[in-house]
Write a protein that binds this ligand. Structure first.
Ligand SMILES: Cc1cc2nc3c(=O)[nH]c(=O)nc-3n(C[C@H](O)[C@H](O)[C@H](O)COP(=O)(O)OP(=O)(O)OC[C@H]3O[C@@H](n4cnc5c(N)ncnc54)[C@H](O)[C@@H]3O)c2cc1C
Length: 386
């Protein structure tokens, strides 16, 4: 774990305060709720909002904390160390906040950002569709302008937190006549709690992990959105606007992966000291000691790559290369580390009575969402070869 002295006193204080929060409010309930397949309790979400986690990087003029990308990564790691789902509520808020802060009209910033930062306006991201995942520009969901409103019709897939969100940042096709990237816009689609059939329906997708948040297939059938909610007020900018959030979301996802892997290592360290076989604690067997040492080394490498991407982000220069490297490396690291840590638990690793299996199930998603590993390597290769 990054030693004191490498992080600034401010960053260390942030880390301590998140640790304090999760040790009281999240760690005692995470495994039980995961086993029950229950969502994150509303009071935990409210407390996160109160602590300023949802607007961490948004400017203070809009109600945010105005903190740097490294602070965001530190908060994310600690929340995810307690429960991936908790660290992932932030992802949606960061994407919505970034989209609006970077591309919204002045009126949209005033109308939406304070609510996002305060947690009154919980957000979800509706980008993926049944036939458009990695190829995000292949979306078919249509928004047709009728007077002062858009009518939205189509299907989104994997919209996580859609049930609890009041704002869906939604990619739509506003012009089907132009090449695919150019006809896309982002709508700031407001909704009530839950869904409102028949114009807005949601079907939960059963998943193997990530249990504290539910992902939905969402169907729009003529759902009406005020035209003032077109991000930036100009049609056809959606794809470019979305690209601008990818770096931050990928850095945040790398930090989530580091957090889950760190939790698995801590659990395995504890178990390896307690469990005895052949009259010795299993941590005395070299093969177990080396598994632990290898896991710790991989985690620190991923953490430092994530921190590096954070610093690059602060330079305001393009950092898709560094964000992609951090995301791809941390995702694969988390899968390996959580699997090896589960192995240290032997049969108990396979039992729901121990959290090792939760970390392993949760870690598997990192190579898939926020751009698959294959897509990250394409981004990296493109930059290397350009
Ligand atoms: C738990 C979970 C939560 C999610 N939450 C959200 C959310 O909140 N909002 C949202 O919009 N989306 C969400 N997603 C969707 C996620 O972003 C997509 O699953 C992801 O982008 C991949 O798209 P896909 O599933 O359609 O796979 P596909 O794009 O069909 O990919 C299938 C396989 O082909 C590979 N592949 C595709 N294109 C290429 C290429 N050009 N080169 C090499 N390999 C390629 C992929 O890497 C993958 O291995 C979530 C997904 C999961 C699993």
């Amino acid at each position: 774990m990054t030693p004191e002295g490498v992080l600034s006193p401010e960053h260390l204080a942030i880390r301590e305060s998140v640790r304090d929060f999760v040790s009281r409010e999240v760690e005692p309930i995470a495994s039980r709720l995961d086993n029950e397949g229950a969502e994150i309790p509303a009071p935990v979400v409210s407390k996160m909002a109160e602590l300023g986690y949802f607007g961490l990087t948004v400017g203070p003029e809009h109600g945010g904390g105005g903190l740097d990308t490294l602070s965001m990564a530190i908060v994310t790691e600690e929340l995810s160390r307690a429960w991936l789902s908790v660290g992932s509520v932030m992802t949606r808020m960061i994407i919505a906040g970034k989209l609006i802060e970077a591309h919204g009209t002045a009126e949209q910033k005033t109308r939406f950002l304070p609510g996002i930062c305060s947690g009154e306006l919980l957000a979800a991201a509706a980008f993926t569709e049944p036939d458009a995942g990695s190829d995000a520009a292949a979306i078919k969901t249509r928004a047709v302008r009728e007077g002062d409103a858009y009518r939205v019709t189509g299907e989104k897939a994997w919209c996580t937190f859609a049930n609890r969100a009041r704002l869906l940042t939604t990619t739509v096709r506003t012009n089907p006549a132009v090449p695919k990237h150019e006809g896309i816009s982002v709508l700031l689609l407001e909704k009530g709690p839950g869904f409102s059939p028949p114009s807005l329906c949601g079907d939960a997708i059963p998943t193997i992990g990530y249990k504290g948040m539910i992902s939905y297939n969402v169907a729009f059938d003529g759902y009406q959105v005020n035209s003032d909610n077109l991000l930036g007020g100009v049609e056809g900018q959606g794809f470019k606007q979305l690209m601008a959030t990818y770096e931050l979301a990928r850095i945040q996802t790398a930090a989530r992966a580091v957090g889950v892997a760190q939790a698995a290592l801590e659990a395995a360290l504890h178990y390896a000291k307690e469990r005895t076989q052949f009259d010795r604690p299993i941590c005395e067997f070299q093969v177990i000691r080396h598994k632990l040492a290898h896991a710790a080394t991989e985690i620190e490498a991923a953490r430092q790559l994530t921190y590096f991407a954070c610093r690059m982000k602060e330079t305001a220069r393009r950092c898709d290369l560094e964000a992609g490297m951090a995301k791809a490396f941390a995702a694969e690291m988390a899968e390996r580390v959580t699997s090896e840590c589960l192995q240290i638990f032997g049969g108990y690793g396979y039992s729901r009575e121990f959290p090792a299996q939760r970390y392993w199930r949760d870690a598997r998603v990192f190579r898939i969402f926020e751009g698959t590993s294959e897509i990250q390597y394409e981004v990296i290769a493109k930059r290397l070869l350009s």
